[in-house]
Design a protein around this ligand. Structure first.
Ligand SMILES: [Zn+2]
Ligand SMILES: [Zn+2]
Length: 520
C-alpha cells in the first residue's frame, strides 16, 4: 500500500511537481479537479497547447530519471566473467527494463486521502500532525495527487502519492464526509475501518451526554460511514470480508482478534443498531449515505427500514404503553444472558422493564459484544428520573430471524418460547397493543391505517408468543411458565385466557380485522 515513497522517486516527483507549478502559472491553470467533475471534464478546460506543453516537460523529466536504457551487454559485464553473446540487429530481444513500479494506490476521494493521512505517523518521530500541501502530478502515465509536508514535530519531510480516480463519485446529499463510492478502499482496509467505528460511536455517546449535538451528528455519521466502508469489502453473494480485505498489520490483527466481526450479517446488525441509536441525532438526508447497500445480497438481507422508535417518523405508531406500576425485580429462570430473538422482542422487553424508580426510557444505546461464543447485543441507558445506569445484554441467535414486515406476518421470534418475557407479560403486551388503536373507520388516513396494522399485527404476534410456552400436547400454558409478578398476576386474574383454543380465537380475530381492512 502507500508506503513512504523511495528517495529516487521522490526526487523525480519533486521535479515533476515543480514543473507542474511552473506550467500551471504559465498557463493560468487551476489544478484542482472538483468533486463530481471527471478528469476528462477537468482536462477539457485545459487548452490542447497547454496540455502538450506539460507533457513535453513531464516526459523530459521522467526520461532523465529513467536514465539511458542499458541496452549494451557490457553494462553488466564484470571482470573475469564470460560476456554473454552480444545482441545482433534483428534479434527480437527486448532491452532489459527496470522493474515497473506499481502505480500508486487509489484515493477514491480527497476526503479519503486526507483521512488516510491522518492515520499515518511520521516515520522518524511518530507524530501524526503534518500540515499537508497537495498538487496533481503524473506518475508513470497516470494522474496522481501528491501530498507533501514537514512533520509538525520533527520537521521530517513527508510525502504520499495517490492515484486519482477516473471519475470522482458525487458526494451524497447531506453527507459531511465522503470516502468513496461502492468500491472498497485501497488505502484503508476492512479491519482499520471497523477499528475506527468504535471510538466514533463512543465519542457520539459522549457528545450526546455533553449536549454537543453538532459533534454528535458528525461522530455518528463517522461511525456509520466506517462500518459501511467495511461492508463494501464483502463481494456480492459472499457472506464475509475476504482475505484480500485485510492488507495492513492493524487490519489483520483486528481480524485475528475476532474474525466473526467481519461477517456480513454481523456488520449489517451493527449498522442497524447504530442507526437505531443514532438516527435521531443525524441531520435528515445523511441516512441514505450511511445506508448505502454493500451488495445486492446485503440489500436483500436488510430488515424493513420502518422504525417505530424514530421520533421524526410521523407515521410511527406509539410503543406499547408500559405499565406504570413499579415492578419488583424477580428471579427469572433463564440463562445469565438471555436470548433476544429479534430486535422487536428486545425493544418490547426494554419497554416493559421500568427502572427500579419506576421511570421508563426509550433512550437506549446499543452495541454488539460477545456472550461466550455467541454474538450479543448490549443495551444501555441512564434513567432520566434517578440517573441509575441500566444495562441489559442479550445473546443473538446464530442466524438472523428478522421480524418481517408489520402486519399479519410480523413475528417476535421463532417457535422457541421467549427468554425475555413470560406468557403473562406477552398477553399484557397483546392487550395493550390491541387497545392502542380505535376501530378503523372507512376513509381513515394512511397514518391511522399504519398504526392499525402495526398494533394488530404485533398484538397477534404477541399472542402467538403466549402459546409457545405450552408443551406439545398441552391444552393450555402451564402455571410454571409464569415467572414474573406481573405475569403471575395476569394468570391468577384470568387463567382461562391462557387456553390454547382461546388464544387462537383472539389471534384469529385480530388477523381477520387486518384482512377486512385490507392490511394483511
Ligand atoms: Zn516527525
Ligand atoms: Zn430510575
Amino acid at each position: 500500500m502507500a508506503a513512504e515513497v523511495d528517495p529516487g522517486r521522490r526526487q523525480m516527483m519533486a521535479e515533476l511537481a515543480a514543473w507542474h507549478d511552473e506550467w500551471a502559472r504559465k498557463w493560468g491553470i487551476d489544478d484542482h479537479p472538483y468533486e463530481g467533475m471527471t478528469i476528462e471534464e477537468w482536462e477539457a478546460r485545459i487548452p490542447p497547447e497547454a496540455q502538450a506543453d506539460y507533457q513535453r516537460g513531464a516526459d523530459a523529466i521522467q526520461a532523465a530519471w529513467r536514465g539511458p536504457a542499458p541496452a549494451s551487454s557490457t553494462t553488466y559485464a564484470l571482470a573475469g566473467e564470460e560476456l554473454p553473446p552480444p545482441p545482433r540487429l534483428g534479434d527480437d530481444v527486448p532491452p532489459p527494463q527496470p522493474p515497473a513500479a506499481p502505480p500508486p494506490p487509489l484515493a477514491r476521494t480527497r476526503d479519503e486521502a486526507l483521512f488516510y493521512l491522518q492515520l499515518q505517523r511520521c516515520p522518524r518521530c511518530g507524530e501524526q500532525r503534518t500540515p499537508w500541501g497537495s498538487e496533481l502530478v503524473e506518475v508513470g502515465g497516470v494522474l496522481a495527487r501528491r501530498y507533501f509536508g514537514d512533520c509538525a514535530q520533527c520537521g521530517q519531510a513527508r510525502e504520499y502519492v495517490f492515484r486519482v480516480p477516473d471519475r470522482i463519485p458525487p458526494r451524497p446529499p447531506g453527507a459531511s464526509m465522503h470516502y468513496g463510492g461502492d468500491e472498497p478502499s485501497e488505502l484503508i482496509d476492512a479491519g482499520q475501518w471497523l477499528l475506527m467505528s468504535e471510538p466514533a460511536a463512543e465519542q457520539t455517546r459522549a457528545d450526546l451526554a455533553a449536549g454537543e449535538l453538532r459533534d454528535a451528528a458528525l461522530h455518528a455519521e463517522l461511525a456509520l460511514t466506517c462500518v459501511t466502508e467495511v461492508t463494501k469489502f464483502v463481494p456480492p453473494g459472499s457472506t464475509e470480508v475476504p482475505d484480500s480485505g485485510f492488507f495492513t498489520p492493524a487490519g489483520r490483527a483486528a481480524r485475528a482478534a475476532d474474525p466473526r466481526r467481519f461477517t456480513l450479517r454481523r456488520l449489517l446488525l451493527l449498522l442497524d443498531m447504530l442507526h437505531e441509536e443514532f438516527d435521531p441525532v443525524l441531520p435528515a438526508g445523511t441516512l441514505a449515505a450511511g445506508r448505502a447497500p454493500a451488495s445486492p445480497a446485503a440489500e436483500a438481507d436488510r430488515r424493513p427500514a420502518w422504525r417505530p422508535d424514530d421520533p421524526r417518523s410521523d407515521s410511527a405508531p406509539p410503543q406499547p404503553a408500559t405499565p406504570t406500576e413499579p415492578s419488583v425485580p424477580t428471579e427469572r429462570a433463564v440463562p445469565a444472558v438471555p436470548l433476544g430473538r429479534t430486535t422487536a422482542e428486545i425493544r418490547l422487553f426494554l419497554a416493559m422493564r421500568p427502572c427500579d424508580c419506576g421511570a421508563v426510557t426509550d433512550q437506549w444505546s446499543s452495541h454488539l459484544g460477545q456472550a461466550g461464543a455467541d454474538l450479543a447485543a448490549v443495551y444501555s441507558a441512564t434513567c432520566p428520573a434517578c440517573g441509575r445506569q441500566r444495562d441489559f445484554s442479550f445473546r443473538l441467535p446464530p442466524e438472523e430471524l428478522g421480524s418481517g414486515p408489520e402486519g399479519a406476518s410480523f413475528r417476535y421470534g421463532d417457535a422457541t418460547p421467549s427468554q425475555l418475557l413470560d406468557p403473562g407479560e406477552w398477553l399484557l403486551a397483546a392487550d395493550q397493543l390491541a387497545r392502542s388503536v380505535p376501530v378503523l373507520e372507512p376513509g381513515a388516513s394512511d397514518q391511522e391505517r399504519a398504526r392499525y396494522r402495526y398494533a394488530l399485527g404485533r398484538a397477534a404476534a404477541a399472542l402467538a408468543e403466549v402459546a409457545r410456552f405450552a408443551p406439545p400436547g398441552a391444552v393450555q400454558v402451564p402455571e410454571s411458565a409464569f415467572v414474573t409478578d406481573r405475569g403471575r398476576a395476569a394468570y391468577a386474574a384470568e387463567p382461562g385466557r391462557f387456553r390454547l383454543d382461546r388464544l387462537a380465537a383472539v389471534r384469529d380475530a385480530y388477523l381477520r380485522l387486518l384482512e377486512d381492512a385490507g392490511l394483511t
